[in-house]
Structure formats: structure tokens, C-alpha cells
Design a protein around this ligand. Structure first.
Ligand SMILES: [Zn+2]
Length: 331
């Protein structure tokens, strides 16, 4: 009986719930730990809370930690994370962060611990409500390659920045915490999968993706994960600034994520000339500005994760795009 009920619920989920959800094709984590510490400091100038050691089912070498909090006006909250290496059992020291933390290493870790420190001269009420730890494993050889600084690409012609809809124009929420700066070295193309082209409603869709990335308890990220999003109408939206670490594909540090709204697996949404023109303009501008070699550093999400993103149709176009980019800015 229990079994039947479960099948019923699963069928219901796929029939009704899933199509309504925003998926925005985020990484499916190998490890997901969430917690609700409900650590509250009120009427006091200082408080400190340390979680227990959280063991992971699988050793991972890429992690994103997101923290949700309600801050009193003058309160300062520092978050700290430390990690235990799977092989040696050694712990890192506590590493400080603001509200979103990115960990990437060649060696895997199998446990982590978090600590929160609140200081408030005005003794207001500050609460750390929720955290999420998402971990992914990427083979050591790949991580070694990705953590090297690529040779600078000899750009022959600069490419003008295309028109990009600013965050204020699409009604972006402010990020929950400060960003981590990085230097763009890789361009990674995604599709949103859901929302697909039929459910695209301009700026409202971009706000929906941002809400999902910031509010879903599994992610709890500081902001929308991507740096750029492109609608089926060819409109380009600014996500996070490209000079800061995003949350779209491990390892996120040094990667710029560009998401094409739609589902580009076979026999689903169609690519159109407006989308392709905007995508090529964004990619050409990023590659020329940051001296990124399109031959070696233009990827699809599926080059890093066992999923079809950016969809088989869009992924098969990448070799053609590399050639076009080289024509635009290179040889
Ligand atoms: Zn993706």
C-alpha cells in the first residue's frame, strides 16, 4: 500500500509539479547537506555557533556553501568553513566567507564544519536560519588542468560589448552577500531546460530563476547563478557581474556561465538566428576582453557534469561557434 502510494505521488510529481518548476538546470550535487541552525543573537553584542562535523556520503573536490540569515542593521556576521581531506584526514583551517563560499581543490574532502560569528554593537536581532552545502566530484586530472592558468590568447580584434539588459532594468534583487572576485578564463554555455521557450516571459522569467537560485533551500545562493542569460528573443540579461564567481558549473571559479533560455535537447525547442547572434556576440566580447582562447576554453556544462546541458542540439553547435569566434577576434 505504501509502495503504491509512493508510485502515485511520483506520477503526480512528474505530471503536474515538475512542469511548473523552474529548474534552470543547476548541477545535480553528488553531496547535499542542508541545516537549519536557527542561531539567534538578540540583546547581546556577540555570539558564536559551531555546527557539528558533517560527514559526506561521497568525497568531493568542489563545494558551494550558501547561508541564509536575517541581519540587524549594524550587525556583522562572519561565516567560516573548514574541510577534512578524505585521504589524509587532515583538516583545513577555518576559512572566512560572507554568505556564499566556493571550494575547489585537486584532493577530495569528506567532511566539513561551519561556524558563524555575530557581532552587533547595537544588540539587535540577527539570525542564521539555513545553510546548504552542495558538493561535486570532478576527476583529479581534470581539476589539475582546470586549476592551471591558461596561456593568454593573442586577440587580434576587440569585439564590442552587445546591449545587455542591466540588473535594475529586469528588476533583480540585491545579492544576499558580497561576491568573490575572479578572473574569467573559461566560457561555459548552459540551457535553462525549464523554463523552456514556451514559458519564457521576458524579465519575469529572469526574476523567477533568480528567486529559485536564492530561495530554494537546496541552493540558498547569494544571487542568480549565471553571469548572462539570453532569451528566445535574443535579449541578453546581466546575471552576476562576470568578474565575480558564479554558481552554475563546478569549478565555478574563473568560469563565466551563459544560459540560453529554452530546452535544446533533440526535438525540443529550436535555436533561432536571434539567439545565435546574441550568444556569439556575448562569447566574442568575453573572449576578446578576457583573452580567452575559444579553441580550448569554450565549453558546454556537460563537459563537466553527467547531464545533457546545454542540450544536445546547442552542444553540437559549439565547434561551429569556436570557428566563428576565432574569425571574429582571432586569426
Ligand atoms: Zn547547465
Amino acid at each position: 500500500m505504501k509502495y503504491l502510494r509512493m508510485i502515485g505521488l511520483v506520477a503526480l510529481f512528474f505530471a503536474f509539479v515538475l512542469p511548473c518548476m523552474v529548474r534552470a538546470d543547476v548541477d545535480t550535487p553528488d553531496v547535499l547537506i542542508t541545516g537549519n541552525p536557527d542561531f539567534i543573537v538578540s540583546g547581546s553584542t556577540y555570539g558564536q555557533h559551531e555546527t557539528e562535523v558533517m560527514e559526506m556520503d561521497k568525497a568531493v573536490n568542489n563545494l558551494i556553501i550558501g547561508v541564509d540569515m536575517e541581519k540587524a542593521e549594524k550587525a556583522l556576521v562572519r561565516c567560516y568553513a573548514r574541510f577534512r581531506y578524505a585521504e589524509t584526514g587532515r583538516w583545513t583551517s577555518y576559512l572566512a566567507f560572507d554568505g556564499e563560499y566556493h571550494f575547489s581543490a585537486i584532493d577530495s574532502v569528506s567532511a566539513c564544519q561551519l561556524m558563524f560569528v555575530i557581532r552587533d554593537p547595537e544588540r539587535g536581532k540577527t539570525a542564521v536560519r539555513h545553510f546548504s552545502v552542495q558538493g561535486n566530484y570532478l576527476e583529479a586530472k581534470k581539476m589539475e588542468y582546470l586549476m592551471q592558468k591558461p596561456a593568454p590568447f593573442d586577440v587580434k580584434a576587440a569585439w564590442a560589448k552587445p546591449t545587455v539588459v542591466a540588473r535594475a532594468t529586469w528588476g533583480a534583487r540585491a545579492p544576499k552577500s558580497s561576491y568573490t572576485p575572479h578572473t574569467p578564463q573559461r566560457l561555459i554555455v548552459h540551457h535553462s531546460y525549464l523554463p523552456n521557450q514556451a514559458s519564457y516571459k521576458g524579465a519575469a522569467t529572469i526574476r523567477g530563476i533568480q528567486n529559485y537560485h536564492m530561495d530554494d533551500p537546496k541552493t540558498s545562493w547569494a544571487d542568480i547563478g549565471y553571469h548572462f542569460l539570453i532569451g528566445p528573443d535574443g535579449v541578453i540579461y546581466q546575471g552576476r557581474p562576470e568578474g565575480v564567481v558564479g554558481a552554475h558549473c563546478s569549478p565555478n571559479t574563473n568560469s563565466v556561465g551563459i544560459c540560453v533560455i529554452g530546452d535544446y535537447d533533440a526535438d525540443k525547442d529550436k535555436l533561432n538566428p536571434k539567439i545565435e547572434e546574441s550568444l556569439l556576440n556575448v562569447l566574442s566580447w568575453l573572449a576578446s576582453t578576457y583573452k580567452i582562447d575559444p579553441k580550448t576554453n569554450l565549453y558546454g556544462h556537460c563537459d563537466f557534469a553527467p547531464k545533457s546541458c546545454p542540450g544536445t542540439v546547442l552542444y553540437q553547435k559549439l565547434p561551429e561557434y569556436r570557428e566563428k569566434l576565432l574569425k571574429n577576434i582571432g586569426q
